[in-house]
Write a protein that binds this ligand. Structure first.
Ligand SMILES: Nc1ncnc2c1ncn2[C@@H]1O[C@H](COP(=O)(O)OP(=O)(O)O)[C@@H](O)[C@H]1O
Ligand SMILES: N[C@@H](CCOP(=O)(O)O)C(=O)O
Length: 298
């Protein structure tokens, strides 16, 4: 395998994982995009970052997008000396909007764009590599495929399929100032859960697939979770309190990914949005991203 193009540019969407009960399985691509240009060069690796992460991310081989490009090229057997990256980042970091999955998927799709035979890095292969880097497939799947997805892992590795969603589905995302790493939000989860709670979530996930497909009257019941949100409440108290208040008022609100952002699977009314903004929440109306990561002309 050889490098066939000197430069590629990739757009990759933010994602919201779990959607309440679908822990480590369900995900939704959101219309907030990172834009990464990757150039194959003879000299050392260099990364320029604009927007999210400017000044705080590594600027060489440790940068997550570079690590993902390398993983893709290594899998394809296409050696490359240096990489120059220009990242224009809009996906907030450490907020539960899938920034690390976006970075990983962007790097993998860039690697696919650089090589001579793109079939060596098909979507299944990229999902496998992304899941190795991320630890779970639920953000990487919608970042790769767009729309809503469900993913699962078996002996062959991770798999994902699209979930049909109603054309009118219009999510709201509430983003706080505070950040929380996904790894710290995973550390507080229990090793085991009560059988009743597991059964509760199975029923809600099945309902949620119908609700996403158009039975919007089911959204509130379908987004009730007992597997992860309560266990995480102490590490994101303002988020837990706001989710509870929103749900008590009838909104289908859940913790977005591992938090601390909130996903509401409906547009909020003006008064509710203004009240949240007054308490420091950034209120986004990003739309669903129908497409996953893709190459764009440079
Ligand atoms: N676009 C990016 N480029 C490089 N590294 C990134 C990028 N996005 C996220 N990361 C890395 O991933 C970390 C956030 O990952 P994580 O804790 O999983 O939160 P999130 O919910 O945003 O995915 C960042 O602090 C950074 O180290
Ligand atoms: N299922 C994962 C999802 C993490 O999403 P992120 O956007 O917070 O990285 C979890 O709940 O830990």
């Amino acid at each position: 395998m050889r490098i066939a193009r000197e430069q590629v540019r990739v757009r990759v969407p933010a994602t919201s994982a779990n959607l309440g009960p679908g822990f480590d399985a369900l995900g939704l691509a959101l219309g907030v995009w990172d834009d990464v240009t990757v150039r194959a060069v003879a000299g050392p690796t260099r990364v320029v970052v604009e927007g999210e992460g400017h000044g705080s991310l590594p600027d060489g081989e440790d940068h997550l997008v570079v690590r993902a490009v390398r993983a893709g090229l290594e899998m394809a057997g296409a050696p490359q000396a240096g990489l120059e990256l220009h990242c224009r980042n809009a996906v907030p970091h450490g907020r539960g909007m899938g920034s690390s999955a976006a970075a990983v998927v962007a790097g993998l799709v860039a690697a696919r764009g650089l090589i001579s035979d793109q079939s060596a890095l098909d979507d299944d292969t990229l999902l496998g590599l992304a899941t190795e880097l991320e630890g779970h497939p639920d953000n990487a799947a919608p970042a790769l495929l767009g729309g809503a997805t469900t993913s699962w892992v078996d002996a062959e590795g991770p798999h994902a399929v699209a979930i049909p969603i109603a054309a009118g589905l219009r999510p709201t995302v509430l983003v706080p100032q505070e950040t929380l790493t996904t790894s710290s939000a995973r550390r507080v989860l229990p090793r085991q859960v009560p059988f009743d709670d597991a059964a509760h979530n199975v029923a809600r996930v099945a309902l949620l697939v119908l609700a996403l497909g158009g039975r919007t009257d089911l959204l509130l019941a379908a987004t009730e979770d007992r597997l992860h949100q309560d266990y995480r409440a102490d590490v994101m108290r303002p988020t837990a309190d706001a989710v509870r208040a929103l749900r008590d008022a009838g909104w289908p609100a859940v913790v977005s990914g591992a938090g601390p952002s909130i996903l509401v699977l409906e547009p909020l009314d003006r008064a509710t949005g203004d009240a949240l903004a007054a308490h420091g929440w950034q209120v986004l109306d990003p739309g669903v991203a129908p497409d996953g990561a893709h190459l764009i002309d440079t």
